[in-house]
Design a protein around this ligand. Structure first.
Ligand code: PMP
Length: 439
């Protein structure tokens, strides 16, 4: 009997034995191509020598020193390198241990900023229906994923949710992509006006939506309009790049491709690449300076923030992504993966949409391509796909429809950036087998 919970009650999980490049192996010697990097985590694959060497070297010097007493060289260098590559205006880094912690820090920083700048009425958060921002209480309240929220309602932070930017299902007949983007972005303005601008603190969104919808990129112009609206009403723009950041979409920060800079951006997953648990909240100099000039300190903190070993791992990862050119490789290999998915499944009667950016791709499944009708939820298609792919030796990240009951099942692919052409073929081949066995 295992004392670990939760456990998938229907199936005993295999025990992982080792990782090598894009592959994981279980204790029976079975090989799995990690086509989703777990959940878009393992961007460097599983046995990166630079990262493991950096971790060992840090352990040999000092494993832990509390940030209340010391700073550390890897934490300082990591923050410098992040800011060197960060969106315009982003100037400070707050290191935490994962995505949800980064989201909590972002929410509290935004709140403290408004309290200290004489706008204490600003406490409301607006996010989108198609979103996941973490499982801690503030992050859960922010996300628009109903089945995760409902069991814990009422949630303590007041949030409201507007439409996502999801062209495959939202764009009206005869409407251009740009018109669609403006229309759904304008919902933010309507919601701010409905709530009263003096009560709204922040708008939170993932630039490219991850787990809830499957690599949904915004249409051109959407985030620029969002930025304009936030500026017009003094609302902070918080971008959640926990899943889509750190090169996953082909640029280090996903928002670079949308021509906008946030006030706060959070990252995690790819930052530690699975070698260490680490996340970060990055904010503008303006926010930082307002708090520094006010009470002087951000009223927050965790024991393991800025952990030297985690920072050393992340510094090695970030060096590979930037100087090592791996974020660019995500873009190049992402195009190849997309072309192979189009060639393999573009005409498939049950594949409604193939989408994404960089090595962040998804297939959305439909019963009927014409009407885009999803499969009935009772079919549990995403669960069947996951199981069939796993059986065939492919790890992919599937999810059922969640938005307004209209979205189809999808499979998310987020393989390591070290992927080679032969691995692309293997993904498409095994996914084809899984689809054939599941539908
Ligand atoms: N935001 C997004 C967009 C995520 O995908 C996730 C994790 N799936 C989180 C936040 C929460 O991160 P963590 O699981 O590290 O707390």
């Amino acid at each position: 009997m295992s004392h670990i919970f939760p456990r998938n009650s229907r199936a005993a999980l295999p025990m992982v034995a080792r990782g090598e490049g894009v592959y994981l192996f279980d204790t029976d010697g079975k090989r799995y191509l990690d086509g989703s990097g777990g959940a878009a985590v393992s961007c460097l694959g599983h046995s990166d020598p630079d990262v493991t060497a950096a971790i060992k070297a840090q352990l040999d010097s000092v494993a832990f020193a509390h940030t209340g007493f010391f700073t550390s060289e890897p934490a300082e260098r990591l923050a410098d390198l992040l800011i060197e590559h960060a969106p315009h205006g982003i100037d400070r880094v707050y290191l935490v241990s994962g995505g949800s912690e980064a989201m909590e820090a972002a929410l509290k920083l935004a709140r403290q900023y408004f309290i200290e700048t004489g706008q204490p009425g600003r406490h409301r958060v607006i996010a989108r229906r198609q979103s996941y921002h973490g499982n801690t209480l503030g992050a859960l309240a922010t996300g628009g994923n109903m089945w995760r929220r409902e069991p814990f309602a009422p949630l303590m932070i007041e949030t409201s949710h507007i439409a996502p930017c999801y062209a495959y299902r939202g764009q009206a007949p005869g409407e251009s992509e740009r018109e669609y983007g403006q229309r759904v972005a304008d919902e933010l303005e309507e919601e701010i006006l409905r709530l009263g601008p003096e009560t709204v603190m922040a708008f939170v969104a993932e630039p490219v939506v991850g787990a809830t919808a499957g690599a949904v990129p915004p249409v051109a112009g959407y985030f620029q309009r969002i930025r304009e609206i936030c500026d017009a009403y003094g609302v902070l723009l918080i971008l959640d790049e926990v899943m889509c950041g750190m090169g996953r979409t082909g640029t280090l920060f996903a928002c670079e491709q949308d021509g906008v800079a946030p006030d706060i951006v959070i990252i995690a997953k790819g930052l530690g690449a699975g070698y260490q648990p680490i996340g970060a909240m990055l904010c503008s100099g303006a926010i930082h300076d307002a708090i520094a000039a006010g009470s002087g300190a951000f009223l927050h903190g965790h024991t393991y923030m800025g952990h030297p070993v985690a920072a050393a791992a992340a510094l090695a990862v970030l060096t590979r992504l930037t100087a090592g050119g791996l974020a660019d490789r995500s873009r190049v290999m992402g195009e190849r993966l997309n072309a192979a998915l189009e060639a393999g499944f573009g005409q498939h009667p049950h594949v409604g949409d193939i989408r994404g950016r960089g090595l962040f791709r998804a297939l959305e499944f439909v019963e009927d391509r014409e009407t885009k009708r999803p499969f009935p939820p009772e079919k549990g298609l995403h669960k069947r796909l996951k199981a069939a792919a796993f059986e065939a030796g492919l790890i992919c990240y599937p999810m059922g429809g969640t938005i307004d009951g209209r979205q189809g099942d999808h499979v998310l692919l987020a393989p390591p950036f070290i992927l080679e052409d032969a691995h692309v073929d293997e993904i498409v081949d095994k996914l084809g087998t899984a689809i054939a066995r599941s539908i």
